[in-house]
Design a protein around this ligand. Structure first.
Ligand code: SAM
Length: 254
């Protein structure tokens, strides 16, 4: 019986599962981190491809039955716990992890930000998400979908929407359309990493009041002359700014 509070919507469409596994293209010798394996419909073909899988599952019943359900396979580690409290770098060891999952939608954005904090250990990521979240991830400046998630995700990763998945592919069906996204961490320079705390502060504050002009929303952080010195119009709104412009503002706060 799927548990709503754990965001449980199990994939039942085998064509979608195959398509997702083909997009991931797991290879022997690789280590995958699967978030929320549930009943193991993805775990099974990932293991069959010869990859090793560390599966983090919050639901005690599902975590304790998974190995039996899959026939006690080799190369499977099951961790019962909350991915948001999991140190992904510690899990990785010396090999980059490939992260995959049909994510619990109620916490998909916190999971993405948690993983952005652990990118040093991550090779790439493939996720099933609400299509609406993927639209925000890959949004360009100017539209309603563009926000803190878009700016920070594009700072950290290259992203590709791969394909949409209809509600009928799940049991029970979610209320929204889903989609698959691929994220590849960019290799960030030391200088780029150093600007991250300032970037985070500027982006949070700007989108905290997204209907205000930067002159107003960035009050206390940057005054109008400083915003202008960064090459940005203080009369503009945050959804118009590119990542490069946010980076210029972040550099100006120091
Ligand atoms: N992978 C399975 C599938 O595709 O059928 C299940 C996907 S279901 C959308 C999300 C899974 O994440 C559930 O098994 C749920 O118990 C688990 N989950 C929910 N919150 C979690 C958390 N904080 N950490 C780890 N797993 C979690």
């Amino acid at each position: 019986r799927p548990r709503k509070r754990f965001g449980q919507h199990f994939l039942v469409d085998h064509q979608i599962i195959e398509r997702l596994v083909r997009a991931i293209a797991p290879r022997p010798g690789e280590r995958l981190l699967e978030i929320g394996p549930g009943e193991g419909v993805l775990t099974r073909p990932l293991l069959a491809a010869g990859a090793a899988v560390t599966a983090v599952e919050l639901d005690r019943d599902l975590a304790s039955s998974l190995a039996d359900r899959l026939g006690q396979p080799p190369r499977l580690d099951i961790v019962q716990g909350d991915i948001l409290a999991t140190d992904v770098v510690a899990l990785a060891g010396d090999q980059a992890l490939r992260v995959v999952g049909n994510l619990p939608y109620n916490i998909s954005t916190p999971i993405l930000f948690h993983l952005f904090d652990h990118l040093a250990a991550i090779g790439d990521m493939h996720f099933m998400l609400q299509k609406e979240v993927i639209d925000r991830l890959v949004a360009d400046p100017g539209g309603r979908e563009y926000g803190r998630l878009s700016v920070m995700a594009s700072f950290f990763c290259e992203m590709n929407w791969l394909f949409d998945v209809p509600p009928e592919a799940f049991r029970p069906p979610p209320k929204v359309v889903s989609a698959i996204v691929r994220l590849r961490p960019k290799s960030l320079s030391e200088a780029e990493l150093q600007v991250l705390p300032a970037l985070d502060a500027v982006v949070r504050q700007a989108f905290g009041q997204r209907r205000k002009t930067l002159r107003n929303s960035l009050r206390g952080l940057l005054d109008s002359p400083s915003i202008e010195a960064a090459g940005v119009d203080p009369g503009t709104r945050p959804e118009r700014l590119s990542l490069q412009e946010f980076l210029q503002l972040a550099l100006t706060t120091r």
